[in-house]
Design a protein around this ligand. Structure first.
Ligand SMILES: O=C(O)C[C@H]1NC(=O)NC1=O
Length: 245
């Protein structure tokens, strides 16, 4: 059995549950999904400061997962916080939901749009598009202008706003696909794909299949060069957990 750890970098248990369920929906029969979040941190990630806190939680969970022998890791926040640092720590694949969804979209359409939560996180998506080399594939980045945890308030209001924004994006952007820009939207993609008649891609499920694909090819994170394990140093205080036991 493959064991893939899906890390929600924020501490919202409801969102961790949503993410875990979406991952299990698509996982292969031989794949066990471990759904985790940091022991301490920030309830939602809505900017650069939150991302820095979330990244430390990702590194904590990757460290624990590596010690438990998990085969691969998913960073289930659309900013992919801590991605490269996590890859230094990991032997198996580490895939972020933003990069996973963006890669999948480029295989299905010549242009995709992104629908995310707050206007201030639009810039984070734009930074990732540049970092991953997808700027020329992305037509637009839209925000529903609601906080991340509105997706977990049980009213369905945020979900309705996501739906409306996706319909608008398809009509206005001339995009062939849409990427959902939040781990908390993971359970909306299948229904929206059917309703809109275009691929609406959730990064959690995309990342599960990409990690399974990499493992199926016998591939893991390169340990040659800048993604080799960090140079050992005596870490102190809250970072002592990263020291080799
Ligand atoms: O940036 C966002 O809107 C989404 C991002 N924040 C978060 O707590 N989980 C996420 O996927």
């Amino acid at each position: 059995t493959l064991r893939i750890q899906v890390i929600n970098p924020n501490t919202s248990l409801a969102m961790t549950q949503t993410i875990g369920e979406a991952a299990r929906m698509v996982a292969s029969a031989g794949t066990e999904i471990l759904s985790v979040c940091p022991s301490h941190g920030v309830p939602s990630i809505e900017g650069h400061f939150d991302e820095a806190i979330g990244a430390m939680g990702v590194l904590e969970q990757v460290t624990l997962g590596e010690r438990a022998g998990v085969d691969g890791h998913i960073i289930a926040c659309f900013g992919d916080p801590g991605l490269l640092a996590a890859r230094e720590l990991a032997t198996g694949p580490v895939v972020g939901i933003a990069e996973a969804a963006m890669h999948m979209a480029t295989l299905l359409a010549t242009r995709f749009s992104i629908v995310t939560t707050l206007p201030r996180t639009v810039i984070i998506a734009r930074h990732l598009l540049r970092q991953y080399g997808f700027e020329q594939h992305c037509q637009a980045v839209h925000a529903i202008d609601l906080p991340v945890l509105s997706l977990e308030d049980g009213t369905g209001f945020a979900q309705q706003k996501v739906r409306e924004r996706c319909i608008q994006a398809k009509a206005q952007d001339n995009c062939g696909a849409i990427v959902l820009g939040c781990g908390g939207m993971a359970n909306l993609a299948r229904e929206l794909s059917h309703e809109l008649g275009i691929p609406v891609i959730d990064g959690v499920s995309a990342a599960v299949k990409m990690v399974e694909a990499l493992l199926g090819l016998g591939l893991g994170t390169s340990k040659h060069g800048d993604l080799a394990k960090p140079n050992p140093k005596p870490l102190t205080g809250p970072y002592a957990i990263f020291n080799d036991p």
